[in-house]
Design a protein around this ligand. Sequence first.
Ligand SMILES: [Zn+2]
Length: 144
Amino acid sequence: MAPASGTPGARSQVPLVDYLALEPEPHLVAHQCTQCGAHFFDRRNACASCSGTGFRDVDVATTGEVTAFTIVSLAAPGIPVPFVAAVVDCDGTTVKGNVINTPPDPDHVKVGMKVRLATQVVGTDRAGTDAIGFGFEPLEGARP
Ligand SMILES: [Zn+2]
């Protein structure tokens, strides 16, 4: 018999966004238009490219390449700055996310650099449930 998930006493984790799946390994899930193949992360009633209304869930590649980024040095109170907001091409799917686990400066973040999906705890509620967010970390020189 398979062990039940959610062992009592274990720390539970919930993804911050509904398109982040944590099992079996963290990855993003996109809604793919069944008519033209376009990918969307938010829920859609119709495809923005072809107006098709059929969607299926597809796993997005966990590695990609930074196609654009900006170093954010001013943000709402409580949000640590600077941080790197980036657009990452994950094998054809455009993902917006922060570049993490590297210094937020132009010496460490470049357009064209290879990155991989990484998760981080972004908050914990009173019941001890961790909210898990995602970002991208450099593939080379990444922490083991
Ligand atoms: Zn479509």
